[in-house]
Design a protein around this ligand. Structure first.
Ligand SMILES: *Cc1c(COP(=O)(O)O)cnc(C)c1O
Length: 565
């Protein structure tokens, strides 16, 4: 075994399981917000010296590379990356029987080192091994690829294989954190291991120590969108894992009709968290009878701060990376320095747009940024709801728009939205510059969230569980203009930290009107007429948002409230 792992094994007591994890841009082991959050979680654990080991899939072929044709149509290509370049294969292997034949799993190790030198191990599970048949070798290739059958096999590898790998490597763990329901099968492996000895079994009682499993599991649920909760038929489950658990027992835990991963995790995790206060409330309504905690998401300051701002913070508030609470003192930062840093970040974005889209944006004119997974509830077309009004606003208060985002390969509506955005951009040419940057990823996100002037967010409430890109924007003094949903309900102070769009309970038409009104009467006039107030708001965003919505605070809370129960 790699000696680099030995040092971790003696002190890692918590295992964090996640289907995706954004380690670094060159490793295509993530699709979007869930993986970014897992990555920020890992980086904060390292910063804080928390004893956590991370488990995810190797995803050699990534999620997908987004290619957009001349008509705005998205096609997907494999997004291979090279594990050898960043990770070390460990000399350990375990098997899980799927359809009564062993699937072998080997972990790769990536070690993340924080600026102070603390390190955390990330294990990436791989089935592309000589010992496996051709089909099994592809099981850890495509993140969120394939059909139900492929997905359940992946979740078996992550949950059951992950637990076995940790045992084989010698980790002694007291807590398992399930990042979303994808890893919920680990609870069944723990249940099987908790089995009461036959001579101690009380007639009529469960042979499992459910209380013990609950005491060791923490579950974070991430979405109120129904399709976001994995469900599998029991027929499929029984075919892949015959006899793994008693089916009647499983149905009691995971639902009568289908194996619902969220329900399984809710039943077997002693601590359940929603990702923002509103989301915790929504989840309690969806699943009555469960107490849902609300440790609101955060982002990793060191990762998402533009180098110019990082330098500024280091000069004035030296300990900001370890203790971002100190950004509460942002009002001290000199206005002209704030603006210089912002212009530097904006220049980077303008360069990137020129390079990848061939369009020259104007650094004097405000840029609206919008980058999301392209899907129905995120409403990427809300800005274009009333073109006459949009053109009218832009004619009096010029601005520019940069958009980005992938649609899941099977999300026809999301793909259609991308096509329409391209058609609209063409239609608006000469009156409003709209640019779509293809292949949204961590790198593009870094440039966009720092280089825009205003960060736009138009989800349909209450579907945006938290959202995190707006937190990244605020960290760079970029002002949020957002529907009141997810994290923004907790962060918005109207006209101080940013702006809201509409009221609670409004529909799409009202949201569109409110958006145009805000742009027309408040946001865009302020930008041109009152630069001093704008800079003051930038500092308020840093001081009132970035100081709190960061993953250092998030992980200190998880450590104190969820891991040390
Ligand atoms: C931050 C981030 C997200 C999540 O942002 P949301 O506000 O939740 O949409 C998604 N993808 C990438 C690449 C990101 O960096």
């Amino acid at each position: 075994m790699s000696s680099s792992l030995d040092a971790f094994i003696t002190r890692k007591h918590i295992a964090y399981f996640t289907m995706e994890l954004a380690v670094r841009p060159e490793m295509h082991t993530y699709a979007g917000g869930l993986g970014i959050l897992a990555g920020d979680t890992a980086r904060s654990c390292a910063d804080l010296g928390l004893p956590v080991v991370f488990v995810t899939l190797l995803s050699r072929a990534g999620y997908f590379k987004q290619v957009i044709d001349a008509d705005g149509r998205q096609t997907e290509q494999p997004d291979w990356w090279d594990p050898e370049r960043w990770c070390t294969p460990l000399n350990a292997m375990v098997a899980v029987d799927i359809e009564r034949k062993p699937v072998w799993i080997r972990p790769w190790l990536y070690v993340h080192t924080c600026p102070h030198g603390h390190q955390i191990p990330i294990l990436l599970l791989d089935t592309d091994l000589d010992q496996n048949g051709a089909d099994d070798r592809t099981l850890t290739h495509n993140l969120y690829g394939g059909d139900e059958d492929y997905r359940l096999r992946q979740e078996i590898i992550l949950g059951i294989g992950g637990i076995r790998i940790l045992r084989a490597l010698g980790f002694d763990l007291h807590t398992y954190h399930l990042n979303e329901g994808h890893a919920a099968l680990l609870t069944l492996e723990l249940l099987n291991r908790s089995r009461v000895a036959p001579e101690e079994l009380i007639a009529g009682e469960s042979p499992f120590d459910i209380a013990e499993v609950r005491a060791s599991c923490v579950f974070t649920t991430h979405t109120p969108v129904e399709a976001g909760h994995d469900r599998f038929s029991y027929e499929l489950f029984e075919r892949l894992l015959p006899g793994f658990v008693d089916l009647d027992e499983l149905k009691r835990l995971a639902g009568e009709d289908r194996l619902n991963m969220t329900r399984l995790a809710l039943k077997l995790a002693g601590y359940v968290n929603g990702v923002a206060r509103r989301h915790a409330e929504t989840t309690e309504h969806m699943f009555p009878g469960y107490r849902i905690h609300a440790v609101t998401n955060g982002i990793h300051p060191g990762t998402w701060t533009h180098p110019a701002f990082a330098q500024l913070y280091t000069t004035h508030l030296p300990q900001w990376q370890h203790e971002p609470e100190i950004l509460v003192r942002a009002l001290q930062l000199p206005d002209d320095e704030i603006w210089r840093c912002h212009q530097s970040a904006k220049g980077d974005l303008i360069r990137q747009v020129k390079e990848s889209a061939g369009i020259a944006l104007d650094s004097e004119i405000p840029i609206l940024g919008f980058a999301r997974r392209m899907t129905g509830y995120k409403r990427p077309l809300l800005l274009f709801e009333n073109l006459d009004r949009l053109i009218d606003v832009a004619s009096r208060h010029p601005f520019q728009v940069v958009l980005a985002g992938k649609a899941h390969p099977q999300d026809a509506d999301g793909k259609e939205a991308i096509r329409q955005v391209h058609a609209l951009a063409r239609q608006l040419r000469g009156r409003l510059n709209c640019v779509f940057l293809p292949d949204y990823d961590m790198q593009i996100a870094m440039t966009l969230v720092a280089g825009a002037d205003v960060w736009l967010n138009t989800p349909l409430p209450p579907m945006e569980a938290s959202g995190t890109s707006g937190m990244k924007a605020a960290l760079n003094g970029v002002l949020n203009l957002s529907v009141l949903d997810g994290w923004w309900i907790e962060a918005c102070v109207e006209g101080v930290t940013g702006w809201s769009i509409g009221q609670d309970g409004d529909g799409a038409r009202q949201h569109a009107t409110a958006l145009y009104d805000q742009l027309d009467h408040t946001v865009l006039p302020l930008y041109s007429a009152d630069p001093a107030r704008w800079r003051w708001m930038m500092k308020q965003a840093i001081g009132n948002i970035a100081y709190y919505f960061n993953s250092q605070r998030m992980m200190r809370r998880y450590a104190a409230e969820a891991y040390l129960r």
